[in-house]
Ligand binder design. Structure first.
Ligand SMILES: Nc1ncnc2c1ncn2[C@@H]1O[C@H](COP(=O)(O)OP(=O)(O)O)[C@@H](O)[C@H]1O
Ligand SMILES: [Mg+2]
Length: 148
């Protein structure tokens, strides 16, 4: 049976920290014995959530604009990752979750970030309010190679 485990880290919302964040979570998840494909799904989902915090939550890249990332592994080999920011927040979460919805169509955003997270993980929840920031919680059961 997998030992429960937990990690939490805080990084500034810098674009350059996106690859660090996705690799840190992937490294943490290795303990679950993920397949290459599961690990790639986790990287992709974390990347989308962190990129959103960098691009949408804050107006500029400043050291005090933080992203908090936490991950848990529970006893049935489920990985839960939360990506939280303390920025602008989302007024209409249901609209933001719609495929192709983006508030930055002029830049190269596709509006598919949340859809990608939902596709690659088993579960996703978005908690957000204007001025209070956004928390994206995503969950995936790591089963491909599960060891007992
Ligand atoms: N962390 C966040 N803070 C504020 N707004 C966000 C955040 N994440 C997503 N959003 C809003 O939700 C919309 C949809 O996000 P997403 O599906 O990733 O598409 P995209 O990033 O390509 O616009 C964004 O355009 C933005 O308006
Ligand atoms: Mg996005």
């Amino acid at each position: 049976m997998m030992t429960e485990n937990h990690m939490k880290m805080q990084i500034p919302a810098y674009g350059k920290n996106e690859s660090f964040a996705r690799n840190a979570v992937a490294g943490f998840a290795v303990e679950c014995g993920p397949t290459v494909s599961e690990l790639s799904d986790i990287r992709t989902a974390v990347s989308e959530a962190v990129t959103n915090a960098v691009v949408h939550a804050y107006d500029e890249e400043r050291a005090e604009n933080l992203i908090e990332i936490a991950a848990d592994i529970d006893s049935d080999n489920t990985l839960t990752v939360s990506v939280r920011d303390f920025g602008r927040g989302i007024a209409d979460v249901a609209a933001a979750l719609e495929p192709f919805f983006t508030t930055k169509p002029d830049e190269e955003r596709s509006g598919m970030g949340f859809t990608v997270i939902e596709t690659f993980m088993d579960e996703m929840k978005v908690d957000s309010a204007p001025g209070k920031g956004t928390t994206v919680v995503m969950r995936k059961r790591i089963g491909g190679n599960a060891r007992s």
